[in-house]
Design a protein around this ligand. Structure first.
Ligand SMILES: [Zn+2]
Length: 218
């Protein structure tokens, strides 16, 4: 099965991206990645490849440098700046969401790459949904909620909007990794230690999509 794509990001001719599913494990041969620690730490990957240090978000403006994150229930978020051609990949579990990692990514893109938050395009991929993400009071409290379930995608969307991203520029896929069936997505909550991880990644091309190097076999 091919990866899932956001129409919002797929419309950019200079960009390639995908949200991996269970059956697309090795859809991308190699990509720049981090040792994920559920933090709000953002790493700029320009000029760097391979397995980098600890952190949970990558930003690049470098053509041909695939950046990616791995998830199984946590929220994969891909961002593109169509104005200055910058891309970001974010791993936001509940801890990263509470720590507002998306806010730090938008700030870093603004400060280092001149991005205008109002121009950014965001795709929020498959993650555990409010249908299945039951939490205890100590976690709910961190979301200032008294509910027993948490909607991580909406929490991240709200933080992005607070950071200046236009609500119409945020696409939420609304695919729950837990209840969509074991065949479709990896879910750490459902499969525990048996769970694999799905790779979501994004890459800036060298020109338009047809001339971009390093295209994966989607
Ligand atoms: Zn669900």
């Amino acid at each position: 099965m091919p990866v899932l794509q956001s129409p919002l990001l797929a419309a950019l001719p200079w960009l390639t991206h995908g949200f991996g599913v269970r059956s697309s494990e090795n859809w991308i041969p190699a990509y720049t990645n981090l040792k994920q620690i559920h933090s709000s730490k953002v790493i700029v990957a320009d000029g760097r490849r391979g397995n980098l240090e600890e952190g949970d978000a990558l930003i690049t403006s470098e053509a041909g440098n695939w950046i990616g994150i791995r998830t199984a229930d946590c929220v994969p978020i891909l961002i593109a700046d169509p104005e200055y051609r910058v891309a970001a990949a974010i791993h936001a579990g509940w801890r990263g969401t509470v720590a507002s990692i998306v806010t730090y990514v938008v700030e870093r893109m603004t400060q280092e790459f001149r991005s205008n938050p109002g121009r950014l395009l965001v795709a929020i991929g498959p993650a555990i949904g409010p249908c299945c993400f039951e939490v205890g009071p100590e976690v709910a409290q961190q979301f200032h909620s008294s509910a027993r379930t948490i909607d991580l995608a909406t929490a991240n969307s709200q933080r992005l909007i607070d950071a200046g991203v236009a609500s119409g520029h945020i696409e939420v896929m609304r695919l729950c990794t837990f209840c969509n069936g074991p065949g479709q997505f990896h879910s750490f909550r459902r499969d525990k230690e048996q769970s694999g991880r799905m790779v979501s990644a994004i890459c800036i091309g060298f020109g338009d999509k047809k001339s971009a190097g390093g295209e994966p076999a989607l």
